[in-house]
Design a protein around this ligand. Structure first.
Ligand code: HEM
Length: 403
């Protein structure tokens, strides 16, 4: 099948209520305004670009979908062409009853007891990145800072070298930016990832180490060895979920502080153990939540008054729910010291993010070290900040004036 035949329409969106597209470039820059405008009209927008697919924008509709694992299956966690080949990447692609065993296998590695001891080393790593910027007047806070930190964190845990970071970022670009519209890209990038992790599993078979790759290679569930196909799926998921997500969250926070000097000033000389760092990070997660998931509809049901049918696809638009005025006071304001913040950036229900302790640690350390080093930095409005569209939304270039 040729490129043209296998790809969906990339025409610019004119009406977000009946023809939404998460790969439209304006999703990257204007998503929050888009969801707010759709919410004025309907709780559920739709499109025919990927077959029939819905986009809920209220907390009520998003929660209903995330919690209903009978009618909404995680076999498809990205809204893409309906005939795309979907391979398992447990636990994110697993439904009950299998989901629990896969999640239990990975969960202990991401507990606070495992993650907290990483703080000093992560802090040191952030300081090295800042030192590398040296005395320059300007920098790119994404290319020189935010994109590196999550790679460093998850690569160590999995047991792959930081020096392969470019390879991982290339997979991420192809997987999230190109594949939903193009099945051929999906097949190619999946083959590349499977080859890389197949070699890693082989290496750990006879030479186990203290890392996730070894844990996965030797994994058993209920006394039975885990199928190799699923082992590859765990590793694909961990690298994809572990990098782009937190890279986007750190970048969004740095972009926010660099465009809102009042908020940046509030953090000046604030000790690292002050709760303001925590409330700031949580508000970044609420306001700029980077992750939107997909589901396959497997049973006919009704969400927020809208009938959906088996065979349809839906987004689980967690970021849109975070802007629902029925769920948050002053939902359209970034409130740096927001006390009650029940955001759903990490999802809800059985698939709630397994890496949230790691993500939170990386975010807080990254913000603290950057703000301590550059207490007066600002985003350079004369140069372009670029944002990704689609499943993971965040800034990929953030030109800043440092002093
Ligand atoms: C700010 C950063 C992050 C955000 C906003 C985020 C968001 C999410 C969301 C919304 C889900 C729910 C998926 C669903 O309902 O289908 C999820 C699941 C998951 N996340 Fe994260 N994530 C982040 C960082 C990480 C990191 C660093 C890792 C580490 C590898 C990770 C690993 C996972 C895994 C394994 C799942 C699947 C859990 C399950 O299915 O039981 N995430 N994440």
């Amino acid at each position: 099948m040729g490129y043209e035949e296998s790809s969906t329409s990339a025409d610019p969106v004119e009406d977000w209520v009946v023809d939404w597209d998460w790969l439209d470039p304006s999703w990257g820059t204007d998503a929050i305004d888009i969801w707010n405008a759709v919410r004025e009209v309907t709780p559920m927008a739709m499109t025919e670009r990927y077959g029939r697919a819905f986009m809920p924008v209220t907390m009520e509709a998003v929660s209903a979908i995330a919690k209903d694992t009978e009618n909404f299956s995680s076999q498809w966690v990205s809204v893409a062409q309906p005939d795309a080949v979907r391979r398992p990447a447990p636990p994110i692609t697993s439904d009950p009853p299998h989901h629990q065993g896969h999640r239990r296998l990975l969960l202990p590695s991401f507990s606070p007891r495992q993650i907290e001891p990483m703080e000093d080393e992560l802090r040191e790593y952030c300081r090295e990145l800042i030192e590398a910027i040296g005395g320059d007047e300007t920098a790119d806070a994404a290319a020189q800072y935010s994109q590196h930190i999550p790679v460093h964190g998850i690569a160590q845990m999995i047991g792959v070298p930081d020096s392969d970071a470019e390879v991982f970022r290339d997979w991420i670009h192809r997987n999230f930016q190109l594949a939903p519209r193009d099945n051929r890209v999906r097949e190619e990038v999946t083959a590349d990832m499977r080859a890389y992790f197949g070699d890693l599993l082989d290496a750990r078979r006879d030479d186990p180490r203290d890392d996730l790759a070894s844990l996965i290679e030797h994994a058993e569930i209920d006394g039975e060895p885990v199928d190799r196909e699923l082992k590859l799926g765990y590793l694909l998921l961990l690298i994809l979920a572990g990098i782009d997500t937190t890279w986007s969250a750190i970048g969004s926070g740095l972009w926010h502080l660099g465009t809102h000097p009042d908020d940046l000033a509030r953090l000046r000389d604030v000790p690292f153990d002050d709760p303001l760092w925590l409330t700031m990070s949580e508000e970044v997660l609420r306001y700029y939540a980077p992750v939107t998931m997909g589901r396959r509809v497997v049973g006919d049901t009704v969400v927020a008054g809208c009938p959906v049918h088996a065979g349809d696809q839906v987004l689980v638009t967690f970021p849109a729910a975070n802007h629902d005025p029925d769920a948050f006071e002053r939902s359209d304001e970034f409130v740096i010291d927001r006390e009650v913040n029940r955001h759903v950036a990490f999802g809800l229900g059985i698939h709630r993010c397994l890496g949230s302790n790691l993500a939170r640690l990386e975010m807080e350390v990254a913000f603290q070290e950057w703000c301590a080093a550059f207490p007066e930095y600002r985003v350079d409005g004369s140069r372009e900040t670029t944002w990704t569209s689609g499943q993971i939304r965040g800034p990929r270039t953030i030109p800043v004036v440092l002093r």
